[in-house]
Design a protein around this ligand. Structure first.
Ligand code: SAH
Length: 248
C-alpha cells in the first residue's frame, strides 16, 4: 500500500509537500493560538513537518496518517530530530475513513482533500474526529485567475476548471457547508517556487544516481518540461491556502 512512486522520487527531499514555507506553517500555528496539549489530527500528514514543528514550538500532541511509507518514515525521523517523538505519532496507512479514537481539538487535511472525496467530504470526515467547537483545517488550491480554457486548467495539473474555485467562491462554499471561516493563511509565489522548483534538483540528482531505473525516462521528461509548464501555468493561475473552520 503506497502512493505512486513518481511522488516519492520528486518529493523525497521535501519537508513540506505543499506551497507553504516553514514561515507560513509557523504563522498558521501562531494564528490558531495553539496551546500546550492541544490535540491535532493530520490526514495526509506527509513528512510530518506540521505536527513536528508545532509539537516543538507550541507543545501540541498529534497523530498523522499517511499512505506513503517513505514520507511516514521521514516524519518519524523528523520527530526524533526535533525531540518530540513522545508527542507525535505517525501511522502509515490509508486515511480515507480514518476516525481518531479520542476526539481532537484540531483536525487537518492539507493538500490531500481527495482523501474524503473533495473539500466537503473531507470536512465531514474530519468532523467525526473533532470535539465540539474544535477547528478544522483544510489546505486547498484555488484559482488566482480562472483559466480561460480547459487546456490551461490541465496545464495547471487540474482535471478541469471545475476542480477548483476562485478564492471568494471557495470561502463562500464553507459558509454553505455551515462553517465559519475563522482564520486563513495563504501561500504566495515564493512558496510555490519552494514546492515546485525543489523537485527539479531532486529529479536531477535522482537521475544521476539511477540512470537505469524504469522511471528514468519519465523523470527525465518531467525535468525537461516542468520548469516552463510551472512558470507559464501553475505559478500564474493557482493559489493555495489553509482555511480554519468552526461549525456554526
Ligand atoms: N499535508 C502534507 C502532505 C501533502 S501532499 C504536507 O502539507 O506536507 C499529499 C499527501 O497525501 C502525501 O503525503 C501522500 O502520501 C498522502 N496521501 C495520498 N493519498 C492518501 C490516502 N488515501 N491516505 C493518506 N494519505 C494519503
Amino acid at each position: 500500500m503506497d502512493i505512486p512512486r513518481i511522488f516519492t522520487i520528486t518529493e523525497s527531499a521535501h519537508r513540506i509537500h505543499n506551497p507553504f514555507t516553514p514561515e507560513k506553517l509557523a504563522a498558521l500555528g501562531a494564528a490558531l493560538r495553539l496551546e500546550a496539549g492541544t490535540r491535532v489530527l493530520d490526514l495526509g500528514s506527509g513528512s510530518g513537518e506540521m505536527l513536528c514543528t508545532w509539537a516543538c514550538d507550541y507543545g501540541i500532541t498529534g497523530i498523522g496518517v499517511d499512505l506513503s511509507r517513505l514520507f511516514s518514515q521521514q516524519a518519524q525521523l523528523r520527530a526524533e530530530e526535533l525531540g518530540v517523538a513522545d508527542r507525535v505519532e505517525f501511522i502509515h496507512g490509508d486515511a480515507a475513513g480514518y476516525i481518531a479514537d479520542d476526539k481532537v481539538d484540531v483536525a487537518a487535511c492539507l493538500g490531500a482533500t481527495w482523501i474524503g472525496g473533495g473539500v466537503a467530504g473531507t470536512i465531514e470526515l474530519l468532523a467525526k474526529s473533532l470535539r465540539h467547537d474544535g477547528i478544522i483545517l483544510i489546505g486547498e488550491p484555488y484559482w488566482l485567475r480562472v483559466p480561460p480554457t480547459e487546456d490551461v486548467a490541465r496545464n495547471c495539473q487540474a482535471g478541469s476548471i471545475a476542480d477548483f474555485l476562485p478564492l471568494p467562491e471557495l470561502i463562500a462554499s464553507f459558509d454553505g457547508l455551515g462553517y465559519d471561516l475563522v482564520e486563513m493563511v495563504l501561500a504566495d509565489q515564493e512558496g510555490w517556487d519552494r514546492y515546485e522548483a525543489a523537485k527539479w534538483l531532486t529529479m536531477r540528482r535522482w537521475l544521476k544516481a539511477n540512470p537505469d531505473d524504469g522511471m528514468a525516462k519519465e523523470v527525465r521528461s518531467q525535468l525537461t518540461s516542468e520548469p516552463v509548464r510551472y512558470a507559464a501555468y501553475t505559478r500564474e493561475y493557482l493559489g493555495w491556502g489553509v482555511f480554519a473552520l468552526m461549525a456554526r
